[in-house]
Write a protein that binds this ligand. Structure first.
Ligand code: NIG
Ligand code: FE
Length: 412
């Protein structure tokens, strides 16, 4: 496929650029009036229309006049395998209940777990597929998916097997994360060590034997998993070669972010609550700071300090956190809008954070996340747009006209 007359080809980073740290996030290289050639599912070449090679002239071409071409969004934090939505909590929230109060009243993660335990693998696969197709239509071309609504050995494995099926059924890179340490099941409320032992001695060996996960995650938070409990789980997972991605500092400054950095986490995610120590630990660290502004938006908690993190030379990524409790949306266009509107990122920074740095947070930035020769041809073509900023400016609306995955139009 040859795409011609592209008003702006966005994200033409050098191929060796695998992430953008601190002020590097300002650089979003764009080629104006460009062409892009896709072959065998990959980006074969690109250039300026004034230099379109004559040997490409008889290839059937797609006219992208007035349109922008972006690398697909790389959504590095989701929980899209779940049995049922939780609108009842939505109305509790409107009535003034906090996320913690709803969880304490029998809502929250345990509510999702009891529903998921009753669902079949097929049902979970079907409903997650619907969500994933919607996300792809909204421009997502790589995704991470967590377990964490099973909370028993059997149901956590069931979730991970669903993710494995999604991996083979969908034409995008998918990473799987074991988040059995998402909440303590009721029967382990007074016996935390019992549940941790179950994860370490029974679940982890099975997950490893079936090769069901790429990462380990823990909801490290007051009332959930303590620093010591988190460290125990991370150490055990490291023996099976599972690097951490941590739910850190969502509801309190807990030391979770620093713990993640100390354990060489690929990313520490959320970070709505930070202080100087958090910024200092992520400064110049290889651990990516993944911010989830649509979670802040939906449960009315503070927005993360993106500017502080960028000023401290951290690697900042944006992701959706799509889940039934704190973020019932996987629309990365809206995440990018919130990145600009609420995190005060520039459109260039937000786009970089949602593409190349998102890919880096899944350790796949060598194959997706920017427009570079040899990378996967996962991208989207916008409607006619006046400027790059129009995409985040027009929040809540999709500017995407066509999605291309592996070099072919995606029609769900
Ligand atoms: O990332 N914080 C923990 N996990 C999810 C929410 C889970 C839920 O409420 O179901 C999150 O926000
Ligand atoms: Fe999450």
């Amino acid at each position: 496929m040859l795409i011609v007359n592209i008003k702006a080809l966005v994200g033409v980073h050098p191929k060796e650029q695998l992430y953008l740290r601190g002020s590097e996030l300002n650089q979003l290289p764009v080629l104006e009036n460009a062409w892009l050639l896709l072959e065998n599912g990959l980006i074969k070449d690109f250039g300026l229309m004034s230099n379109l090679h004559t040997q490409h002239e008889n290839i059937e071409s797609v006219n992208a006049e007035d349109r922008f071409v972006f690398p697909s969004w790389c959504d590095s934090h989701t929980h899209i395998v779940f049995a049922a939505p939780r609108e009842e909590e939505f109305t509790m929230k409107i009535a003034g209940k906090t996320y913690e109060e709803i969880a304490a009243a029998g809502g929250g993660i345990l509510n999702s777990a009891s529903k998921l335990q009753k669902a079949t693998e097929d049902e979970l696969f079907e409903s997650a597929s619907i969500r994933l197709r919607d996300m792809i239509k909204q421009g997502t071309g790589a995704v991470e998916i967590k377990s964490g609504y099973g909370l028993t050995v059997e149901s956590e494995l069931k979730m991970l097997r669903v993710i494995k099926r999604l991996k083979s059924a969908f034409p995008i890179p998918i990473k799987a994360t074991l988040l059995a340490a998402h909440a303590y099941p009721a029967e382990f409320k007074e016996n935390h060590q019992g549940y941790i032992d179950l994860i370490i001695n029974e679940l982890l060996p099975k997950v490893a034997a079936e090769n069901l996960a790429n990462y380990i995650d823990v909801f490290c938070e007051k009332g959930f998993f303590s620093l010591e409990e988190t460290a125990q789980i991370l150490k055990a997972a490291a023996q099976y070669g599972l690097p951490p991605k941590i739910h850190a500092n969502q509801l309190s400054v807990s030391g979770a972010a620093e713990l993640g950095v100390a354990h060489h986490a690929v990313s520490v995610d959320h970070l709505e609550e930070t202080n100087h120590n958090v910024l200092a630990s992520l400064s110049h660290s290889e651990t990516i700071a993944t911010l989830l502004p649509s979670c802040s938006f939906y449960i009315n908690i503070p927005f993360a300090n993106a500017k502080g993190l960028i000023e401290h030379d951290a690697i900042v990524a944006l992701a959706s956190d799509y889940n039934p409790g704190s973020t019932p949306s996987g629309n990365m266009n809206f995440v990018v809008s919130l990145g600009c509107i609420k995190l005060k990122m520039t459109p260039q920074q937000a786009v970089n954070a949602a593409t190349l740095n998102g890919a880096a947070a899944m350790q796949i930035s060598h194959e997706v996340g920017s427009i570079a020769i040899g990378k996967k041809a996962n991208l989207f073509i916008t409607r006619p747009m006046t400027s790059l900023a129009y995409l985040p400016y027009s929040f809540g609306q999709s500017q995407i006209e066509n999605v291309i995955l592996n070099g072919d139009f995606y029609h769900a």
